[in-house]
Design a protein around this ligand. Structure first.
Ligand SMILES: [Zn+2]
Length: 96
């Protein structure tokens, strides 16, 4: 899956690179709901770079993953990934 994504990214960048300059860059993903992270807790990749984030619910909390293949990884160690999210939430609260 990783390799496929790299290839896809290269393809997209290649197309954008030889455009006439009128190609609009991919919209950066913007959190509008207070979610503390802009990256996938599993892969660390920026959310939105591969399309809409993949939303899941764990223990009543929304978790945003960059793609559905990260869900498998998430399910192997949900506590570990939930901790990343909780840490980010704490940091965000402290930063206010
Ligand atoms: Zn992913």
């Amino acid at each position: 899956m990783k390799l496929v994504r790299v290839l896809l990214t290269a393809l997209v960048l290649g197309i954008a690179g030889c455009g006439s300059g009128t190609t609009t860059p991919a919209k950066p993903y913007v959190n509008t709901d207070g979610y503390p992270l802009d990256v996938c807790v599993v892969s660390g990749e920026k959310l939105g770079t591969m399309g809409d984030p993949y939303l899941i619910k764990h223990d009543g909390k929304t978790v945003k993953l960059c793609c559905s293949s990260c869900l498998k990884e998430f399910n192997t160690e949900p506590a570990k990934y939930m901790r990343i999210l909780e840490d980010a939430e704490k940091k965000k609260t402290l930063g206010k």
